[in-house]
Design a protein. Structure first.
Length: 347
């Protein structure tokens, strides 16, 4: 009964239904004819059937239960809607408080939708601008990476070329020994060694002369040197700052240094090649001279054999072996002394 009274107190169907409840509480039954006049009656389409079923007590009880169930459903739906409304209000309040705390809302004004929309448009445009800047930066980074890779490849190629040139400039030990055994190369080596010693002596004399010129900070020369040292120190500091600006500049300097070293090595190699060509020409001429002398020596040997045979024949014929042998030997010696002189005259 307490539950029924609670439901009756919260009834929203109108005064007629409440009056019916009062009648039930007083012990008087409410007639079903009162429901026909209610405008909100959901069973209005079945009024004829209700008149027929007035005498059935179970039908009224089922109707009351169904009405109570529908009322309970409506109350549950209302409570859910109220809960959703409260959640929506709290969310709106959170958004409002967050917008009020943000810097794009003017001081002393409430957050309006147009401010929020304008701010969102501004954020979107700035986002697009930042994306474009990021794409451009990525393109520049890719270009720098490609350039750096090319420079590294060039440096690697130059290093390999330098290694090859150094390997070419360092001949094997046996070849060096053979070259040093060559008289022409030995003379050239001796001349260069003497020239280096003379240069070392001259450098030492110049260093002694520089050390002999002493100065003090108060003298004119000393002040000039101190000022020049300060200028050089400032220039060195500027160069150091410029060198610390970036790795690309350092790599460029290293590349220029490698190129200059390569040019110097090429020049040295060209000079050495020219010297080798000259030495090779001298060696070839010496070999040709040796071949010519060997041919002449063979001719002389043949002539000696022929003369010996002739002398033996003459000895058998005449018996004057000693005189003819002496004459033949003198003739051969004279011919051998005359042939190198003729060859030198021809050269």
């Amino acid at each position: 009964m307490a539950s029924r009274d609670h439901i009756d107190d919260e009834d929203d169907f109108g005064g007629d239904f409440a009056g019916g409840n009062a009648a039930r509480r007083s012990g008087v039954k409410r007639g079903f004819g009162d429901l026909d006049d209610d405008e909100d009656d959901i069973f209005g389409s079945k009024k004829g059937n209700l008149k027929v079923e007035e005498t059935a007590p179970g039908v009224a009880t089922g109707m009351i239960l169904s009405l109570r169930e529908s009322l309970k459903n409506c109350q549950d739906e209302l409570s859910r809607c109220q809960t959703k409304l409260e959640d929506a209000k709290s969310e709106i309040q959170q958004w409002r408080s967050s917008f009020q705390n943000d810097s794009f809302i003017p001081q002393g004004t409430t957050p309006e939708p147009r401010f929020v929309v304008n701010y969102l448009h501004t954020l979107r445009s700035s986002d697009e601008t930042l994306r474009e800047q990021l794409e451009r930066a990525k393109k520049k980074e890719a270009a720098f990476i490609v350039t750096f890779a090319k420079r590294e490849q060039e440096i690697a190629e130059l290093k390999s070329a330098v290694r090859d040139l150094r390997a070419q400039l360092k001949p094997p030990s046996m070849q060096v020994k053979r070259l040093l055994l060559d008289p022409a190369i030995h003379d050239e080596f001796t001349r260069l060694k003497n020239l280096v010693e003379e240069k070392d002596k001259k450098v030492k004399e110049l260093q002694d002369n520089i050390a002999a010129v002493s100065f003090t900070p108060q003298s004119k020369m000393g002040k000039m040197l101190m000022a020049k040292c300060r200028t050089l120190q400032e220039e060195n500091e500027e160069i150091g700052n410029q060198a610390n600006e970036g790795k690309i500049h350092e790599l460029g300097m290293k590349l220029a240094l490698q190129k200059s070293q390569n040019v110097e090595l090429r020049n040295q190699l060209e000079g050495l090649c020219k010297q080798m060509e000259k030495v090779t020409g001298d060696v070839e001429r010496s070999n040709e001279l040796v071949v010519i002398l060997q041919e002449k020596l063979e001719e002389k040997d043949d002539e000696i054999q022929r003369l010996k045979l002739q002398l033996q024949d003459d000895v058998k014929d005449n018996g004057n072996v000693e005189e003819q042998t002496g004459l033949a030997v003198d003739e051969i010696a004279n011919n051998e002394e005359a042939s190198p002189v003729e060859d030198q005259m021809e050269n």
